[in-house]
Design a protein around this ligand. Structure first.
Ligand code: HXC
Ligand code: NAP
Length: 281
């Protein structure tokens, strides 16, 4: 789909790049020539991911242990990254989430998710952006959100609040920093199977099926589909895209939105009877 040197000369940092969708984006960026830094809390996960990439992409992948909830650690890690070579692209992918009835949640439960999603993504974006502005260089931030950043969703309220905040951050800074050559965009993925999301958010097969039934295309997303969209959005080929939220969900949010979408379940006989009745009138 792309030239194999699409991201050559680009240096990317992906938070949470050792697992799930972050790992898939990192693999794709590496295959397109990027230099990739993955950063999260678990050193073993990061080390193993980079060791596995080393054979195909020697010297291109790097890792930094980082808890994005800690702004001082964010600055210290970015100082180290910058000393090696400044970043061109930041991907805010790290997140925390769980299913819960909101009235059962303590303030610490809210903080646990908001600390990662809202504060962590904000600390990363501000610290990287300040460096780009001080150096007079452009840059690009891509945040991985979800459609419920703007629709809201029951039972994942801390995550919805946090993702909504990151969407506001994206749209606000797209305007404020656009004149400085910094683009900020976001992707709203539908369901893409990952261990992290599935073990927390899909408790049983009945709910998995109910979720699939909501998606007009009738299937979950493939990681390579998300990785390709992300590659395009961070590349110079998307240089005029700024402040955008792109949905990649097989039509999922629209499927739940239109009032008459429930008619998708009608049988041919029911359609025939309904049409006859309507024409009769
Ligand atoms: C209710 C919970 C809870 C749960 C934790 N808490 N899990 N409350 N239901 N399932 C409460 C605890 O009781 C505690 O409050 C407070 O939250 C902090 O708990 P800790 O265990 O100390 O939190 P911490 O170690 O900081 O872990 C954060 C985490 C964890 C978010 C809870 O799951 C995590 O680290 N997740 C990272 C990876 C992840 O979540 N990946 C999925 C992303 S998928 P009290 O009051 O008891 O002290 C995703 C998909 C989006 O975002 C869209 C899909 C379509
Ligand atoms: P995942 O594998 O659990 O990814 C979450 C990552 O965040 C982990 O690598 C984790 O690494 C990192 N992380 C968590 N807390 C951190 C912290 N404090 N500091 C640094 N890193 C931290 O789940 P995923 O499904 O791939 O999710 C990736 C992104 O896609 C998330 O933003 C999620 O909301 C979004 N998304 C996913 C889906 C889906 O269907 N999978 C749908 C919509 C949106 P450590 O534990 O090592 O820190």
């Amino acid at each position: 789909m792309f030239r194999s040197d699409l991201l050559k000369d680009k240096r990317v940092l992906i938070t949470g790049g050792g697992t799930g969708l972050g790992h898939s984006m990192a693999s794709r960026f590496l295959s397109l020539g990027a230099d990739v830094v993955i950063a999260s809390r678990r050193e073993e996960v990061l080390k193993d991911a980079c060791a596995a990439w080393e054979q195909d992409f020697p010297g291109q992948s790097h890792w930094q242990q980082l808890d994005i909830r800690d702004p001082e650690m964010v600055t210290a890690v970015l100082d180290r990254v910058w000393q090696e070579r400044p970043l061109d692209i930041l991907v805010n992918n790290a997140a925390g989430n769980f299913l819960a009835q909101s009235e059962t949640l303590s303030h610490r439960a809210f903080d646990a998710v908001l600390g990662i999603v809202l504060h962590g993504s904000t600390y990363m974006t501000l610290d990287v952006g300040k460096r780009w502005i001080a150096e007079g260089r452009g840059g690009c931030v891509l945040s991985i959100l979800t459609a419920y950043a703007w629709t809201g969703s029951a039972y994942v309220v801390p995550s919805a609040v946090g993702k909504a905040g990151v969407l506001a951050l994206t749209r606000s800074l797209a305007v404020e920093w656009g004149s400085k050559g910094i683009r900020l965009n976001a992707i709203a993925p539908g369901p893409f199977p990952t261990e992290g999301a599935w073990e927390r958010l899909i408790p049983n097969e009945r709910l998995e099926k109910a979720w699939l039934d909501k998606i007009p295309l009738g299937r979950v997303g493939r990681h390579e589909e998300l990785a390709d969209l992300a590659s395009f959005m961070v590349s110079d080929q998307a240089g005029y895209m700024n402040g955008e939220l792109v949905h990649l969900d097989g039509g999922e949010w629209l499927g739940g939105a239109g009032q008459f979408n429930i008619m998708r379940d009608l049988s041919p006989e029911e359609w025939a009877a309904m049409t006859a009745r309507g024409r009769g009138k």
